[in-house]
Design a protein around this ligand. Structure first.
Ligand code: DAH
Length: 344
């Protein structure tokens, strides 16, 4: 039995020293020391030994186990270190390599313009309101002094959903909604940015969906000069302090009198050039004094209250401010176009 044990030890040590594979090393351990291993097999036969022989063989067996275990552990550590070193080498990061820049997004140009305009009016005490894009005929037209069959409805080609429901053609219905909500009881000072829809063929200056910002100020003693002063501040803050504004008579059913506001051309400052088509002025927005009928339908007594309103297209503002020449650039999401306007 002693020879048997020595043979097992010799074989185990030999195999342990030969292997360079950590998994194989584990298998070797099991082969010799495992429950069904050869050393265990020999020990099982010890029952047949005499009382005197048993401790002697037992001691040898323990020594053999210790020798195999020690050899295994030593080799295991060696292989683990080797494995780790290999891993460290193959997964090493070269910290001296230049980094890859992180791509940072930014707000869409249209979003930035709308936010800029919002901030400007918030600074003048306006609140920002929203309204539904699917609107009723009443709010989109009737409450704005555009009764059914009124010829001015033709100014805004409309997507109708039913006879009474439509996609709003402008943000002006939010004027009517706000006045009715305030029930003629308190002043209104609001702007409303949002999407609007018209049955237009898309080209460089038209889109079936675009953006508008509506403005409405209703209070006692609001005058035309208040409108002019407000628009002057807006134009100067938006386009530069040197810009002049000009109000031209115009027509909108919801305002009386109605105006169109121009700003002086930034290239020729009013003398005329090809940017302003020789006029010296560039059209920006429409506005006017809120029509008494609109005030009345909104619940405000036109004998007590007066107001001004205006409506503008942020796309147009952005096009003029940044020299964008095709409105479709705002909607096609070409990153090469958009990223020019990301502020660093
Ligand atoms: N709603 C008009 C449009 O879409 C713009 C407009 C003009 C709004 C005059 C107003 C206004 O509030 O007073 O063409």
């Amino acid at each position: 039995m002693k020879e048997q044990l020595e043979a097992i030890q010799a074989e185990a040590l030999e195999r342990i020293s030969q292997t360079e594979n950590i998994k194989e090393l584990q298998d070797i351990k099991v082969t010799f020391l495992g429950k069904k291993g050869s050393l265990t097999g020999v020990l099982r036969g010890m029952g047949k030994l005499s009382k005197e022989e048993r401790p002697v063989v037992g001691e040898i067996a323990n020594k053999v186990r210790e020798a195999i275990t020690a050899a295994f552990e030593e080799k295991n550590e060696k292989l683990e270190i080797a494995l780790l070193e290999e891993q460290l080498e193959s997964e090493a990061i070269d910290v001296t390599l230049p980094g890859r820049p992180v791509k940072v997004g930014g707000p869409h140009l249209l979003t930035s313009i709308v936010e800029e305009i919002e901030d400007l009016f918030i600074g003048m005490g306006y609140e920002v309101r929203e309204g539904p894009e699917v609107e009723t005929d009443f709010y989109n037209f009737e409450a704005l002094n555009l009764p059914k069959d009124h010829p001015a409805r033709d100014m805004q080609d409309t997507f109708y959903i039913t006879n009474e429901l439509l996609l709003r053609t402008h943000t002006s219905p939010v004027q009517a909604r706000t006045m009715r909500e305030y029930k003629g009881e308190k002043p209104v000072k609001m702007i409303c940015p949002g999407k609007v829809y018209r049955r237009d063929t898309d080209d460089a200056t038209h889109s079936h969906q675009f953006t508008q910002i509506e403005g409405l100020y209703v209070d006692k003693h609001v005058r035309m000069s208040d409108l002019k002063g407000t628009l002057d501040i807006f134009a100067k803050k938006m386009f530069g302090e040197e810009r002049e504004i000009r109000l031209r008579p115009s027509f909108f059913p919801f305002t009386e009198p109605s105006v169109e506001m121009d700003i002086s051309c930034k290239v020729c400052h009013g003398t005329g050039c090809n940017v302003c088509k020789g006029t010296g002025w560039i059209e920006i927005l429409g506005g006017g004094m809120v029509h008494p009928k609109v005030l009345e339908m909104g619940g405000y007594d036109p004998e007590v209250y007066s107001g001004f309103a205006f409506g503008m297209g942020p796309e147009r503002i952005a096009m003029l401010k940044y020299g964008v020449n095709d409105i479709r650039q705002f909607y096609t999401n070409d990153i090469r176009f958009l990223k020019q306007y990301h502020k660093a």
